[in-house]
Write a protein that binds this ligand. Structure first.
Ligand SMILES: [Zn+2]
Length: 76
C-alpha cells in the first residue's frame, strides 16, 4: 500500500512500508533541501521500527526528533 514513507500519517499505524503495527513513537523530521524550517513531516513508528526510521533519516543528515506517541504514555 505504501511504497515509500513520506505521506501523512494514517490513523496510528507504523509508517514503515509493509508494517501494520500500532505506532508507539512519532518521528518528526525535515529535509532541509526541500522543506523550509517551519515545515516538518511526521512518521509514526512501532517499537520495532523506530530505530530503523530514525537511522534512515539520520544517515541523510536530516534533522530528526523522536518522541513517544500514544495516549497510553500521557502523563508518564
Ligand atoms: Zn513497524
Amino acid at each position: 500500500m505504501i511504497g515509500l514513507p513520506g505521506t501523512a500519517p494514517e490513523a496510528d499505524t507504523c509508517s514503515r512500508a509493509g508494517c501494520r503495527e500500532s505506532a508507539t513513537w512519532r518521528v518528526d523530521w525535515r529535509n532541509p533541501r526541500i522543506h523550509d524550517e517551519t515545515r516538518t513531516k511526521t512518521w509514526l513508528a512501532c517499537d520495532e521500527h523506530v530505530d530503523y526510521l530514525r537511522d534512515f533519516l539520520a544517515s541523510r543528515s536530516f534533522p530528526v526528533a523522536v518522541e513517544r506517541f500514544g495516549a497510553q504514555e500521557a502523563g508518564a
